[in-house]
Design a protein around this ligand. Sequence first.
Ligand code: HEM
Length: 387
Amino acid sequence: MAWSPFRPDVMQDPANGYGELLEACPVHRCDAFDPPFYTLSRYADVAAALRDIETFSSQYGQGPRFTPPMGMLCDPPQHTFYRGLVQRSFTPRMIENLRPRVADLAAELIAQLAAQGEGDLHDEFAFPLPVVIIAELLGVPTEDLEQFKHWSDVQVAAMGARDPSVYAAEQAAFMDYMRNQLRARRADASRGITPANDLMTALATHRDNDAFLPEEQVLSVVNQLLVGGNETTTSLITNAVWRLLQEPERWQRLVADPDLVDQVVEESLRFDPPVLGLYRNTTRDVTLADQTIPAGSKVLLHYAAANRDPDVFSDPDCFDIDRPKRRHLAFGLGVHFCLGAAMARLEAEVALRSLAAHLPQLALIDDGERIGPFFLWGRRRLPVRCH
Ligand code: HEM
């Protein structure tokens, strides 16, 4: 059967299809989705498309459906403006300053897991860690955290769903909540109340030519931080732990030498990228490998397949933490390169170091199961034993 992201063996493990794409079908048309889309898989083609933003535009969204230009999900100059606004809160120093809080939270979650003796590494560790950190950064009140975590989950589930209307009511409730947060901050600012030092306040009260930014645009940026940052970082942590525990001697190498953690994180990003690929919209006809992609098409840039391209990575299907550093595409490339890459790396590094230090006997109970959306890769559950 021809490759499709929905083929059962590819849904179970997308790596089952990389060889076919790379060798036989570097430009693939998928008619099993509405709208149909093309897939590029070779490293050189994916990287070239990421650099050519005039031909491979983000103006109609980076997801599988056509959406209006919102927040950072578009082309320059709007993209440059909103990205610049958020980037101020993601400087290397600000990210590094998060380290002690991430370490404390990781230690707290690990202590709970250890006390239970076993548990779900996804639900009880890898999921709460990034959500709590981003919620604190945004300034979401602590009492709303559980609800916020739930909404974060809903956003991800809706993204790849064949029928996203199932999630519409919950998504609307989340947007109402964030809108109220934003309006409260604007009201405080107008009354001269000293602004809180959080990202939501910075975005809500930013003025351009003396006017606040359009509400829907600010909400889209906040949403992108959530959707782009939470499940992805959760998946990075669960994917890395899962791969290490599949061969316990790998886990024991990290336990014995925690400074391997950076190599583990980078190889995990290459081998099991949490975002398998994202979309662009062609602004003109493009001919590649003797095939023409018409203007106005959705094109999936398959980062995960590109990360297994033998022209760039030797023995690409081997998970090898000793691999010499090469630039993988797990965070994309070019103007849309992941804004949260440093934050994700820091959280994953702290998470893995803490687990290796406090739970050296960690073991898999079973492989759990894959999360839903076809262009994301992570575990929905990862049952582990601690001792
Ligand atoms: C392992 C974790 C993560 C992965 C694998 C990941 C992956 C990606 C990828 C592939 C892109 C490029 C989008 C494109 O090419 O269209 C991207 C963009 C982005 N990511 Fe991440 N991300 C992660 C974590 C985060 C975190 C923690 C945040 C923030 C809290 C974040 C925020 C963003 C934003 C705002 C963009 C859009 C940047 C732009 O369009 O200019 N990401 N991410």
